[in-house]
Design a protein around this ligand. Structure first.
Ligand code: HEC
Ligand code: HEC
Length: 330
């Protein structure tokens, strides 16, 4: 498909056709997919939510999943890098956990292939929750309230087990989905749902600025890994999990979604860019040239106006924050 370059540079007929095709690619799906191996029930969601907010899943009983993935901080923590067990700063930033039901690989380097597999990682990581699955099961069994929650979710008397803990956590997380943003209403045909600046920003995003090459689809991610030429340290990202000959995966990290972006930053897998202006400046320069740099990364000239349009567009991807009822811990 030809790139949509905006009303100013294309004949009206062609641009309208391209625009319609582009808009189609960003249309939200209905419903949430759950895997057949772990189907959702309301009871499992309640259990998963309770576990997500329960600090007793950590050894010190002071850190829950929600300590770092805090719903009132956009399901993250607002920090450049996460702070874990014993206040030790981790090497990476806490990602938000919205829209992961559609994800295919998890963590910045994709090392978890399902949300079920992912859930075990922060629990058992010594610098995160520093816990063992056995000890969690022991603790939960000692809390009468959990007996009922597990029975409701999984049936049977002996359903408190490591597998069901991670299954419930995964099921709850699949229900965390972005609300409808002004951009979604525009895609559905409400022409005035976003302003002219945001509409011009969309044209740049899908055209000259080439952002949609990687931030594609309604979640604004291709679920793939790229080196975008950021300042590198010894974190190879995806490169740690492929043979060294796969040059393109060195310093490659998962394309993050741009929905409900925290406009005040910080950004990137290690929080190295503190503002959106710095992010856009990075893409203008095109990133550090090195063998692993994605071929989609090229310097692009953007005027002050055009940078403003891109920012207005990114703002249009944010939904009104919705309220969440916190679970009662047993
Ligand atoms: C100490 C802070 C901290 C705690 C506690 C924590 N996380 Fe995370 N979470 C992170 C960080 C940092 C990453 C990125 C890790 C990486 O890429 O190596 C992450 C990544 C994730 C991801 C992957 C998101 C994606 O887009 O790929 C999911 C899902 C997730 N966490 C769920 C959980 C669950 C469930 C719990 C509780 C069992 C939990 N987290 C506890 C900090 C935390
Ligand atoms: C080659 C693929 C690619 C292209 C092209 C691209 N991005 Fe990205 N983007 C990524 C990846 C990968 C990351 C995460 C990199 C990291 O943390 O190491 C990212 C991170 C971001 C972030 C930070 C999000 C966060 O949560 O930290 C923003 C904002 C962003 N991109 C916007 C844009 C814009 C605007 C454009 C166009 C000017 C663009 N991107 C072009 C792949 C791309």
């Amino acid at each position: 498909m030809t790139r949509f370059t905006g009303p100013a540079s294309t004949p009206v007929g062609a641009s309208q056709r391209d625009l319609a095709a582009w808009k189609d690619r960003f249309r939200r799906p209905d419903g949430v997919p759950h895997p057949k191996t772990n189907p959702a029930t309301p009871e499992k969601v309640v259990l998963g939510k309770t576990l997500f907010f329960d600090p007793r899943l950590s050894r010190s009983s002071s850190v829950s999943c929600a300590t770092c993935h805090n719903p009132s901080l956009g399901w993250s923590d607002g920090l450049s890098r996460a702070v874990g067990f014993g206040m030790v700063p981790l090497s990476r930033r806490t990602p938000q956990v919205r829209n992961l039901a559609w994800g295919t690989a998890f963590q910045w380097d994709g090392r978890a292939d399902s949300l079920e597999a992912q859930a075990r990682m922060p629990i058992t990581a010594p610098d995160e929750m520093n816990m063992s699955m056995d000890l969690i099961v022991e603790r939960l069994k000692a809390l009468p309230g959990y007996k009922q929650l597990f029975r409701d979710a999984f049936g049977g008397e002996e359903s408190i087990g490591a597998r069901n803990v991670t299954a419930a956590l995964a099921t709850f997380q699949r229900t965390i989905v972005s609300g409808e943003a002004p951009f979604d209403r525009w895609i559905k045909g409400e022409e005035e749902a976003i302003g002219p600046d945001a509409r011009r920003g969309f044209a740049l995003f899908t055209g000259k600025a080439n952002c949609a090459a990687c931030h594609s689809g309604w979640r604004f991610t291709d679920d793939s890994f790229h080196d975008i030429g950021l300042r590198a340290d010894d974190d190879l990202g995806r490169g740690k999990f492929v043979p060294p000959s796969v040059t393109a995966m060195r310093y490659a990290f998962k394309t993050p979604s741009l929905r409900d972006l925290r406009m005040q930053g910080p950004y990137m897998h290690d929080g190295q860019l503190s503002s959106l202006d710095a992010v856009i400046e990075h893409y203008v320069k095109g990133g550090e040239r090195r063998p692993s740099l994605s071929f989609e990364m090229k310097p692009v000239e953007l005027s002050v106006q055009e940078r403003r349009y891109l920012t207005a567009f990114l703002e249009s991807l944010a939904a009104e924050p919705s309220s969440l009822t916190l679970p009662q811990l047993p």
